[in-house]
Design a binder for this molecule. Structure first.
Ligand SMILES: C[S@@+](CC[C@H](N)C(=O)[O-])C[C@H]1O[C@@H](n2cnc3c(N)ncnc32)[C@H](O)[C@@H]1O
Length: 238
């Protein structure tokens, strides 16, 4: 069975305790589908105060994580030729479902570096070859919450984690389309009834309704995705 090794470099290892002790990620850890190791960057800090950051050259607000700390911390992690290093960064390539699928299928070992303060000295990126990865066009306080999102999105796609592999084949972004509306029992709640077609047992009609609903939902909230649909999608609709 494939195992994904994940090393995380962070100033706040405790950030990961709760997300990794519940639900899918816990299941993946228990089943040894992923092997997660947390590394405290401050262990490589300088001097008695274990300094990890300093003022930016050229002035400006905030502090920058020092290369003499983060480079040795990264170097201490054993690697293979298949290791990929990601630096969580709002300046990075936008992480999406395609990236998650690609990593779930092809990655064997990832090192995730979580920045803090104003970010990390550029020379770390050059020396490590780290790929900068962003989880969205907004600024978080630190890379930990971004790393948790990446790990969650990749882990649930690994064989054996979800149980029913089909459950993510129709999920949002798989086409890319947003997922259709979902309903469960009861049939009526506070006067709101579920669409009748879902109770008829006609699977072709249900699939057609779901696709229409998906298209309408996507066109309304993420029209940019409609233009990314492959040409054969429209061919198959005819
Ligand atoms: C306060 S941010 C630094 C922001 C940086 N000064 C800038 O403007 O690009 C601190 C750290 O949080 C993480 N971070 C913040 N926003 C992120 C995002 N959208 N995606 C991934 N990581 C993010 C990065 O690791 C970053 O080094």
């Amino acid at each position: 069975m494939k195992q994904l090794k994940i090393d995380i470099l962070t100033l706040f290892p405790e950030f990961f305790e709760s997300p990794f002790s519940v639900s899918m990620v816990k299941r993946a850890i228990d089943k040894k589908i992923i092997d997660v190791e947390l590394h405290q960057i401050r262990d490589f800090g300088l001097g008695t105060r274990r300094q990890v950051d300093d003022s930016p050259y050229g002035g400006g607000a905030g502090l920058v994580m020092k290369p003499e700390v983060i480079v040795p911390a990264w170097e201490a992690i054993p690697k293979t030729e298949k290791t990929v290093t990601f630096l969580m960064s709002p300046r990075g390539k936008l992480f999406n479902q395609n990236t998650a699928t690609d990593l779930a299928e092809n990655c064997e070992h990832m090192i995730i570096v979580c920045g803090h303060y104003e970010g990390i000295d550029q020379r770390f990126i050059e020396l490590s070859g780290a790929v900068e990865l962003s989880v969205g066009d907004y600024v978080l306080t630190g890379g930990e919450t971004a790393a948790i999102s990446v790990i969650d999105a990749v882990t649930r796609l690994l064989p054996g984690v979800l149980g029913n592999e089909e459950s993510f084949q129709n999920e949002s972004f798989s086409l890319p389309l947003l997922e259709h509306d979902q309903y469960t029992m009861p049939r009526e709640y506070r006067g709101l009834k579920i669409p009748k077609v879902l109770t008829g047992g006609d699977h072709a009609k249900i699939e057609a309704w779901r696709l229409r609903n998906s298209l309408a939902k996507t066109a309304k909230t993420r029209p940019d995705l409609i233009s990314k649909l492959p040409p054969d999608f429209w061919e198959n609709l005819k």
